[in-house]
Design a binder for this molecule. Sequence first.
Ligand code: DGY
Length: 327
Amino acid sequence: MSKPIVLVTRKIPEAGIDFLKQLCEVRGATEATPIDHETLMKSISDVDALLCLLTDTIDHAVIEAGSRLKVISNYAVGFDNIDVEAATERGIMVTNTPGVLTEATAELTWALIFAVARKIVPADKYVRDHQFSGWDPLLMLGYEIHGKTLGIIGMGRIGQAVAQMSVGFGMNIVYHDCQSPKLDLGSSVRSVTLEELGQLADIITIHVPLTPQTHHLCDADFFRLCKPGALFINTARGPVVDEEALVEALKERILAGAGLDVYEHEPAVHPGLFELPNVVLLPHIGSATYHTRTNMALRAAQNIIDAVTGKRPAYLVNPAVLNKLAL
Ligand code: DGY
């Protein structure tokens, strides 16, 4: 019997590919850069499964071209790069990789909070530039984290992990989400409106998926009501923030600093951000640990193996598709 064919759009950790090869014929998985749309369209017609990345746009046309596709397995927890509705319509399962990247992303959020609050990046540059000539009582003064109010927008898995990691810093936590956290995070955590969060938080951090409802959730109106001197962190998705409004809020010193791992028009970065010394800019590395990226590859591969062997994948994002399939 012929093996199911899987197209992997880009190089991912080998463990995932080896796992897939036990049952499937694997195509692709060799390029370090994203596949272009035309090549993707040409390569998809005879494959049973697609393992794609957030850098691939899986739109209606790609889904239509994949006439044999059973599953689209995204190597990411976010799946805003996929037209899920079109996939569901065509009876194609869409899966993602939640859970395995929660801690890595929450840790990077804290890395950014500290980097911005304590000026880690300019301080490092200062020493490398041989400017350090001895201890100075006024050198590189930053902001303390201890006892401050942390505002978490989106209290899902990653938001909750960020909250849990604050234990030890004696923080108050306010969050904005339409759902309550699943974990018991204690009495110093309370739910507020987005406006209240802006007014109360000393540090604001975003952990919502990108959807039509969260697009530009943080816009000029939001920044205008923020507590003066707040720090702003985004390790979720760039378009949740109106980047132009963010730049203005930083220029006007409404915000004292920002730490960004994602951008509105990624990989492009708003030119205004480069001009601002109180901003730390990272290249979308929230999940970039050896451990997490390997586990993401294994989870994405498992999703495919389940789908092509007739099982319901554990991380199915469009359960409505099951109505179309006999699973
Ligand atoms: C995701 O998974 O959505 C991250 O942005 C990349 O790991």
